[in-house]
Design a protein. Structure first.
Length: 130
C-alpha cells in the first residue's frame, strides 16, 4: 500500500475503533488512527484523537509525545488555524531528526522501531509486576 492510500486509512480507522489510551502502545495506535483520519480529511476527528492521546503522559516516551504533538500541529496547520512554525511544542528539525527520519515527508508513518520498543517496554513492565 502507498502512503496516503484512502483504503489503508479506512482500514486503520476501523481497526483502531474503540481503543482506549491505557498504555504507551495504545497511545501509539491512537497516533496511527489520527494520521489515518487526517489522511481521510477528517481533521476534527484527528485533532480530538490526538488531544485525547496527549491527556496521558505518564509512562509515555518523550519521542512518542513529540510525535503526537507534531501530528497535532500538522492537523492544526491543515485546519488553517496555525502555521507549523508558530507552534512552540514542535521543536525545529523534529521532522528530520526525531522519529521521522531524514528524507521522509511530513505525515509519513511512524517508524516501526518505536512501536517495537514500546511493545518490548510494555512486556518488561508486565513481567516486573507479576
Amino acid at each position: 500500500a502507498r502512503p496516503g492510500d484512502k483504503n489503508v486509512c479506512r482500514k486503520i480507522v476501523r481497526l483502531a475503533e474503540g481503543i482506549e489510551n491505557e498504555t504507551p502502545v495504545h497511545t501509539a495506535l491512537l497516533l496511527y488512527k489520527a494520521r489515518a483520519l487526517r489522511g481521510l480529511g477528517l481533521l476534527d476527528a484527528a485533532r480530538e484523537t490526538l488531544t485525547g492521546a496527549l491527556r496521558r503522559r505518564k509512562g509515555r516516551s518523550e519521542e512518542l509525545l513529540r510525535a503526537l504533538r507534531y501530528e497535532r500541529a500538522l492537523v492544526y496547520e491543515d485546519l488553517g488555524q496555525r502555521r507549523l512554525g508558530d507552534i512552540p511544542a514542535v521543536e525545529s528539525g523534529y521532522e528530520e531528526g526525531c522519529g521521522w527520519g531524514a528524507g521522509t515527508t511530513k505525515g509519513s508513518p511512524l517508524r516501526v522501531p518505536l512501536i517495537s520498543r514500546l511493545l518490548k517496554e510494555t512486556q518488561e513492565t508486565s513481567r516486573c509486576k507479576t
